[in-house]
Design a protein around this ligand. Structure first.
Ligand code: LLP
Length: 429
């Protein structure tokens, strides 16, 4: 399979024009590497489809919240979609202005609501009646008005992994479409509350545009009903969720996705707000690790068929590298696929599990997969790791988190987060 932006030159791997070997030599492993040019390209592609439509990108910070990444996003004129006080803090540090920040999430604490209202963000997305009442109370205490948008649960199946599906009625997110009008009536009557828009977010890594179309149509119907009830709405937040290509899946082009939403919504006077995370940074990042040991190596260099034949109790090869599930948890948590490449180039005749050093059998990056015929000391590259990679990393097994490096548009690589050291592990204890 050909993965964008990778190329072998004289047997050594390059990504976005940078040598994997040099990056590993200079910054060590495990290492996250991101590309500024790739991030900017994805933003430009989304925006190019806006045409003359009133619309904006509000990057979903949870996908990758490194300050330097946020500065790129903010510098390109995008806003941010946040889900915690910590993300608000990061956004402000990165120079995002409050009027470009929206706050989602089902469980905002009183402190977070206070922080958001005091900062003067664009709006808080309301996910329950109880939360609406809490926001009203806090706004009154502060003597301020909180702008809100109701997140509707449209009960639409995004056909993605159940853990990242959010728009079905059995999911905890949003307010049932059946209750939306009554919630707006309540919002309009509560002190300290100004309803300004409506929104939805149905899930993540969605590769079928029909789900967005369905959700868009439901949202339009609701906007009209809310307006008919006398509440004016100025924007529709269509969430994030556009899938990317990890393996063989055909991810829709960003332009096609934006067009689909614009077409299904209509209502040109409404500002459309897009909150993509993964589709901006997912393919703009990789994780580099180093191969430590091969275990059961006598089985490693076989054709896939032969390996399948011999996969009895003893016939398995484990390729053990120096990155683990604490660095990139997606395969363990969602059985997510990340493409694996080697440096130097090796024939695709390896077969087995690519695993990390963490003391869990769930610590794997690839299972029973045809892999490069790695040798100890080789570099291992996990593709498409720019989204939900570092942000979901932990210190499990007391492993310091990796460094993050950014390849600037001019080709220069710079550290944007230092590798953690042992002292970082015990800070505050
Ligand atoms: N807006 C809201 C309200 C969200 O909850 C999310 C993601 C997004 C926008 C951005 O969605 P995206 O465009 O990135 O799909 N850790 C999982 C993904 C969790 C997504 C949670 N919500 C993973 O690694 O696949």
């Amino acid at each position: 399979m050909k993965i964008e932006s990778f190329a072998y030159k004289n047997g050594n791997l390059e990504w976005q024009g940078a040598s994997i070997r040099q990056l590993a030599a200079e910054f060590g492993t495990p290492l996250y590497v991101y590309s500024e040019a790739a991030i900017l390209d994805r933003i430009a592609r989304l925006r190019s489809a806006f045409d003359s439509r009133k619309a904006g990108v509000y990057y979903s910070v949870k996908a990758n919240s490194n300050l330097s990444v946020l500065r790129i996003i903010s510098g390109s004129g995008c806003g941010a979609d946040i889900v915690s006080g910590g993300e608000l803090f990061r956004c402000l540090k990165a120079g995002l202005t409050p009027d470009k920040i929206v706050f989602s999430g089902v469980g905002k604490s009183a402190d977070e609501i206070r922080y958001a209202i005091t900062t003067g963000i664009l709006f808080l997305s309301v996910e329950s009646r109880a939360e609406l009442e809490a926001i009203s109370k806090i706004a009154q205490e502060l003597g301020k008005t909180a702008r809100i948008s109701v997140r509707v649960n449209p009960d639409v199946d995004p056909k993605t992994h159940p853990y990242i599906s959010t728009g079905l009625k059995e999911n905890k997110f949003g307010i049932s479409h059946k209750e939306v009008v009554s919630i707006y009536k309540l919002a309009a009557s509560l002190p300290g509350i100004e309803p300004t828009g409506l929104g939805f977010h149905i899930g993540s890594q969605i590769t079928e545009l029909s789900a967005f179309k369905e959700a868009g149509q439901i949202a339009v119907k609701l906007v009209n009903e809310v307006r008919a009830a006398g509440v004016q709405l100025h924007h529709l937040d269509v969430g994030g969720g556009l899938g990317i290509r990890y393996a063989e899946e055909q991810a829709p082009a960003p332009e096609e996705y934006v067009k689909q939403i614009i077409d299904s919504v209509g209502l040109p006077e409404l500002e459309l707000m897009f909150d993509p995370g993964r589709s901006i940074v997912g393919n703009a990042g990789i994780l580099i690790a180093r191969m430590l040991y091969l275990k059961g190596a006598e089985h490693a260099d076989k054709s896939v068929e032969k390996a399948n034949d011999s996969r009895t109790e003893s016939g398995k090869t484990f390729f053990i590298c120096d990155a683990g599930m604490n660095d990139l948890i997606r395969p363990s948590l969602y059985e997510a696929y990340h493409h694996v490449l080697s440096d130097p180039e090796r024939p695709l005749s390896g077969f087995g599990d690519l695993v990390g050093p963490v003391c869990e059998s769930g610590d794997f990056f690839a299972k029973d997969r045809s892999l490069p015929a790695f040798q100890a000391g080789d570099l291992v590259v996990l593709a498409s790791a720019g989204a939900y990679g570092f942000t979901m990393a932990s210190n499990y097994n007391s492993r310091p988190r990796p460094a993050e490096v950014l390849i600037r548009s001019n080709g220069q690589a710079e550290v944007i987060r230092k590798r953690e050291i042992f002292e970082d592990l015990i800070r505050g204890e």
